[in-house]
Ligand binder design. Structure first.
Ligand SMILES: *Cc1c(COP(=O)(O)O)cnc(C)c1O
Length: 428
């Protein structure tokens, strides 16, 4: 594969931008390679600066559920641009998207827009603390909730890959209010709750973990969290920045029938533009400034371009049969890859929820961070490089989720499975 221009650009970027990238995992470090610079994309295909084409399973890390450059979204953003990029004043588009989000997500009665998932979780936690008057928060090992100080504790993917679960620059004093439990272990939650009676403001969880590979919740796990939070006066926050509008229109809470008190969103609701949101019970949300005292603000919050991209995206997702079709394609590709591995004598542990899937390079079940971290990341790196050569663009880390979009065709999926079969044969 010719990657001359990508290499040249990476050399330039490294002088100007730390590590040459604006977000760590993009650097391909954990697969021991240099990143490709992307020129453009269309549907499920991305093109690098050397004009190589790839079937894309990264989808900008989740947002591109309808594929790249969907004509409805391009048109909506162009229209909004002509009206003006930003005013810092309320606009009707914010009401339209807020109403769509409230209609879709069971737990959300009111919603506040922000500009990233990080901002959404950070603000949701501040609000949960303000509402309960408690300081501690409980998160799960391997779950990622953005890069706010208190949340960079055992945070999966990026942080895990680089072996800095506690980043330098985070004062111990800021992290000391963060308690960490094991994903899928209600026992570990119960112990922490009992030892920190009446001091936990919120439990924040990815209802489908997507930042340590894809790890579905075990039966009863989310229900158990709901029960503990209700009994203990703890605010239950589902971080659906990834799973929201992804695993179903109403997110994981709709899929599993468990309603949290608050929800954070991002990725898909921005249609590829920078958006996050947090919402929940009216009683909690009304504590937010200016109706309440918990402060939160943003110059570009509710940005017209971002709102228009979000509205256009949700309008596509609402069409009848959208999620069934996506489910069927995702099943084909995830099962196809697992079967290829098995036939090559390299059984993997395959997980999938809707259009999120992961091939873990291990023979044992993956249900939490400890079992995910036991994967053969060297073998994964070989597989990743092999797939790239075959024209398939996967996330450059074992601990990430693959995303299928509505733009992937059966032919793309066939090609992906055939490519995987050849790659697995090479690594056994
Ligand atoms: C991506 C992600 C975030 C962070 O969102 P950014 O927009 O990258 O700040 C938070 N939580 C989850 C579950 C995510 O997947």
């Amino acid at each position: 594969m010719n990657n001359k221009r990508s290499s040249l650009l990476f050399q330039q970027a490294k002088n100007l931008i730390p590590g040459g990238v604006n977000s760590p995992v993009r650097a391909f470090k954990s697969v021991g390679s240099d990143p490709l610079f992307i020129k453009k994309a269309s549907g499920c295909t991305i093109y690098d600066e050397d004009d190589n084409a790839f079937i894309d399973y990264v989808g900008s890390w989740g947002p591109m559920i309808v594929g790249h450059c969907h004509p409805d979204i391009v048109a909506a953003v162009n229209r909004a641009m002509e009206d003006g990029a930003s005013f810092g004043a309320p606009t009707e588009r914010e009401i339209i998207l807020a109403e769509m989000v409230i209609d879709a997500v069971p737990s959300i009665e009111m919603v506040r827009m922000v500009s990233s998932g990080t901002e959404a979780t950070m603000s949701a936690i501040r609000l949960a603390r303000g509402y309960t008057g408690r300081d501690n928060i409980l998160k799960f090992s391997g779950c990622y909730h953005g890069h706010a100080d208190a949340l960079l504790v055992k945070a999966g993917s990026g942080a895990a890959t680089f072996g800095v679960p506690d980043s330098p620059g985070v004062p111990a004093d800021f992290a000391k209010h963060t308690l960490t439990a094991e994903y899928n272990s209600l026992e570990s939650v119960k112990t922490l709750v009992a030892n920190n009676k009446d001091s936990i403001a919120c439990i924040i969880v990815e209802p489908v973990a997507g930042n340590m590979g894809t790890v579905p919740p075990c039966e009863g796990f989310l229900e158990g969290l709901r029960e503990i939070c209700t009994n203990e006066g703890i605010v239950l926050i589902f971080d659906e920045v990834m799973s929201g509008f992804r695993v179903s229109y109403g997110g994981a809470q709709e899929l599993y029938g468990v309603t949290p008190d608050m929800t954070t969103l991002g990725k898909i609701i921005g249609g590829g533009l920078p958006v996050g949101a947090f919402g929940g019970k009216r009683e909690i949300m009304e504590k937010l400034s200016p109706s309440g005292g918990v402060y939160q603000a943003g110059t570009l919050s509710g940005n017209p371009l971002a709102m228009s991209a979000g509205i256009a995206t949700l309008n596509i997702l609402k069409q009848p049969g959208f999620y069934q079709a996506l489910e069927e394609k995702s099943r084909l590709v995830a099962e196809g890859i697992a079967k290829s591995a098995k036939q090559a004598g390299y059984p993997i542990y395959s997980t999938r929820v809707g259009s999120m899937f992961c091939a873990f390079f291990t023979k044992s079940e993956v249900r939490d961070w400890t079992s995910a971290a036991a994967c053969d990341t060297k073998a994964f790196a070989k597989y990743f490089m092999g797939m790239l050569d075959e024209g398939v663009y996967l996330a450059p880390s074992q601990f990430e989720t693959a995303f299928v979009s509505a733009a992937h065709t059966e032919a793309d999926i066939e090609r992906t499975i055939t490519a995987a079969a050849r790659c697995f044969k090479q690594i056994v």
